[in-house]
Design a protein around this ligand. Sequence first.
Ligand SMILES: [Fe+2]
Ligand SMILES: [Fe+2]
Length: 171
Amino acid sequence: MTSQQELIKILRDAYSGERAAAYAYRGHWKSLRDASERTRIRQIEDEEWQHRRDVGAMLAAMNSAPVRFKELKMLLIGRGIGFLCHVIGWFLPMYFAGRLEGGNVVEYETAAAWAAGAGLTHFESGLREMAAREKEHEVYFFSVIANHRLLPLMQSIFGWGEAGKVNSPIP
Ligand SMILES: [Fe+2]
Ligand SMILES: [Fe+2]
């Protein structure tokens, strides 16, 4: 595959992934009682919708389009997680949100590298900004659970949650 084809592939995943994330965060902030957490995660929801618009514009500029099946799948996953946030307590949604955001950082950094490889430098800078925004999200979620008693256990099972890695600058 060419660099542009690789870029399209990853951006199609990102586009639909942002949909799942945004709906999951909508359920998440609505499930919370703490006003500052509600406000911040509502803002994060808005930022994911913005990413989706920006990624959609990049796909359109390359004469590509989202994948309908992925769109439906991610709608259902996002809604499902949004619902689950109301029943699984405070910690798990915060933990898995942070872990997901860590993956998003890598996804947009990878997309930026493919954009550079394809000579699409205007996309590259936009994608690096998105990666930086995802990093802010990751750091936020880590900050709220950093001292939680379950974090060491979750980290040993699911891998995410090491302060040094979370707070390291984007490579
Ligand atoms: Fe995002
Ligand atoms: Fe995010």
